[in-house]
Design a protein around this ligand. Sequence first.
Ligand SMILES: [Zn+2]
Length: 101
Amino acid sequence: MSELAHVLLGLLSVLLGLVLVGFAIFFLWVLPITLGVRCARRKNYSPTWMWFGIHPVGGWIAFLVLSCLTPRIACPNCGGYVTVNFRICPYCQGAILIYFQ
Ligand SMILES: [Zn+2]
């Protein structure tokens, strides 16, 4: 094989490695953390739970747990967070009106 073919093969393998590393970063960190933060905000939980996403598997686990949780709303009287199935606030005993978005 010529010298040029060796150089081209080396370049190709480096490019393939970069693409694989990019896919790994996307599927192990970017995707689960993005989905988890979006899910946490939608359900009124703290997005800081997604710090578990520092560990590649932890991000997917935190996202799965967040996606299974019942959404929360803030009590209009005291601001405490309760799940949507509460009708009376457990903190201030005030009535909670639910409006579905
Ligand atoms: Zn309350």
